[in-house]
Design a protein around this ligand. Sequence first.
Ligand SMILES: Cc1cc2nc3c(=O)[nH]c(=O)nc-3n(C[C@H](O)[C@H](O)[C@H](O)COP(=O)(O)OP(=O)(O)OC[C@H]3O[C@@H](n4cnc5c(N)ncnc54)[C@H](O)[C@@H]3O)c2cc1C
Length: 425
Amino acid sequence: MQRRHFIRTVSVGTSAGILGLSGCASVGTPRAKVVVVGGGYGGATAAKYIRMWSDQRIEVTLVEPNAAFVSCPISNLVIGGSKSMSDITTPYDGLIKRHGVKLVQDRVSAIDPDKRTVKLAGGAELPYDRLILSPGVDFMMDALPGLMQPGAQELVLHAWKAGPQTLALRKQLEAMPDGGVFAITIPQAPYRCPPGPYERACQVAHYFSKAKPRSKVLILDENEDVTSKGALFKKAWADRYKGMVEYRPRHKLVDVDAKSRVLKFEFNDDLKADVLNVLPPMRAGDIAVRTGLATANRRWCEVDFLTFESKAAKHIHVLGDAIQVAPLMPKSGHMANQHGKTCAAAVVALLTEGTVNTLPIYNNTCYSFVSDAEVVHVASVHRYDAAQKTMLTVPGSGGVSAAASELEGHYAWAWAQNIWADTLA
Ligand SMILES: Cc1cc2nc3c(=O)[nH]c(=O)nc-3n(C[C@H](O)[C@H](O)[C@H](O)COP(=O)(O)OP(=O)(O)OC[C@H]3O[C@@H](n4cnc5c(N)ncnc54)[C@H](O)[C@@H]3O)c2cc1C
């Protein structure tokens, strides 16, 4: 019903809405132009759904430097050794061939909100009627001065953007002698994927339990306690990885000596380990910050939750990890996908004189592998609250697993296949 209404609106509204917006009244087929920056979970979803829901009448150009989509979800299993990079990599062919998205393999270097253009690193300039930014996160490396030293970031990895660092961290673990120590540091929330670091600790412990049983996993967390699925992760560490995993809360990392592999904390003693995995504090992707969109603490981009339009710049929408989240809204791929669809529907409505949905409602599920096969989940449902102009969790919705299980392992893998198809196929 809604989709039929959409298409009718698009067809009827084409001459008025789209012609007016693109400022071109001459003969031909002028089309509204949307530029999407970032082909990750948020951006790729928005690009696909704008093409689908506008009946391919809106032109969508996706700018993304990487040749293919590499998923962070499941990437911890590559580090644990049970999946490979090809398992988490999907080409952009579906978006291009099936949906007619124009893919430009480049990086956006600047945005001019007044002229409504983006400049590419390669030099070209693209005009837009609406711009959608889903650049993910970047790292506040200057919070850890030692990481700014030449070569330090090649030695001390985050592997918090799936890609070359995922494999490099796996290689560091393979090279580590049995009896060594792997230390992962976690910044204060909010950061990308609340349960992700704890899942990674489980994956490394799983690998050690098979290949290097005398080794240790140390989790050094700036937070007061485990930030997601705490009881389930603690049970996995106590039962499955007894004596191997140690969790230490309230450890605020302030510096790293990459060469001597020493972590320095605000209040706790320095700590040396064999493999360091440092997750620095995070903020919205550089391009959003440079454009002046990161209005919350100069870190995250505030948006109108009905349209995802930036509160700082008209005609620019921001999605995914880069936004200042609503209460209890995680920075997750599932959530970025939901942002992408809500924003796509709103952008189609705005470009075709349609009506923006005033009651968006969506869900989130995050699965975490505690071994190579057994999984726990957390789920929630989020609904727009008109009085508070934000998304709130629906009382009584969602919840967490009672216990880890192989059945949930099958659900988790199915979730990954489905979200990759929904985002890219
Ligand atoms: C180890 C790990 C495990 C995770 N597990 C899960 C999970 O199980 N479930 C879940 O839901 N979420 C999970 N997440 C979180 C999930 O990966 C992110 O929340 C999600 O990727 C956010 O989507 P996004 O679109 O905001 O950013 P991304 O998916 O990172 O996409 C951003 C894209 O923008 C591009 N880009 C950046 N700057 C520019 C520019 N200037 N010009 C052009 N392109 C640019 C980048 O190349 C990138 O492709 C996990 C994350 C990690 C690190």
